[in-house]
Design a protein. Structure first.
Length: 231
């Protein structure tokens, strides 16, 4: 990378991992655009006020395609070095046969379809040598699923990984780097209080992995330590 300041767009940056990533990239001397849902004040707004103009806040409901298109239009004059999509929900550890159809649909849209719509619509804003990253999970790994549980969440992350694989295949001639990132088991609302890592322990590794893989074109499934995650 050259010596000019880089620009990251972090989708889903209002709290926990997304907010931590926005702060970490600021610390690493990036300019950051972060998105929040709705108009309620969040930690990202506080971070923006302290950033001396290096962080701007945009509104985006990622499950609404028209809002993704509107954000693309608002950012049309920007060239992004990094597009990073952070989004996931879980609705509990329910055997798949007991999952209501509306719950299945909600989780799949939020965790798989929504992020890929963002990648499809906003990807063209990323520089030819830039990076598109999506927050995945080792629970999306089929090879690592030896204990079961969290059926719907696992399926949604596996779907996300497969869709990114298809995206990479359709853009095989692209010079961009594509990353599926596993942040580890983190103490967030989703990860729960017994998780191994704090946000502060996970996020620097995610950012470091993104920077270290700059220019390594193609799709990579990696964890916060930069290790390959089995498909």
């Amino acid at each position: 990378m050259n010596g000019t300041r880089r620009t990251a767009l972090v989708i889903g940056a209002s709290r926990t991992l997304g907010l931590g990533l926005a702060a970490e990239f600021l610390r690493r001397d990036w300019d950051v655009i972060g998105t929040v849902r709705g108009r309620q004040r969040t930690g990202l707004h506080d971070l923006a006020e302290a950033s001396r103009g290096r962080l701007t806040v945009e509104s985006l409901e990622m499950t609404a395609p028209e809002q993704i298109a509107a954000l693309r239009d608002r950012l049309a004059q920007h060239t992004l070095d990094l597009l990073f999509v952070n989004a996931a929900i879980t609705r509990g550890d329910i055997p798949i046969g007991d999952v209501p159809t509306d719950m299945f649909t909600e989780v799949m849209i939020t965790n798989a379809l929504g992020p890929m719509r963002v990648v499809e619509l906003l990807g063209p804003l990323v520089a030819p040598a830039g990076t598109i990253g999506v927050m995945s999970s080792d629970q999306g790994s089929i090879a690592l699923n030896t204990e079961g549980g969290q059926d719907l969440y696992r399926a949604s992350k596996s779907a996300l990984n497969q869709l990114m694989r298809s995206y990479a295949a359709r853009h095989a001639d692209s010079s961009r780097t594509l990353l599926l990132m596993d942040p580890g088991w983190v103490r967030t609302e989703l990860g729960g209080p017994d998780a191994d890592l704090s946000v502060e322990e996970s996020v620097p590794g995610v950012a470091e992995t993104i920077e270290r893989h700059w220019g390594q074109r193609g799709l990579h499934f990696l964890d916060h330590k930069g290790q390959v995650v089995p498909w």
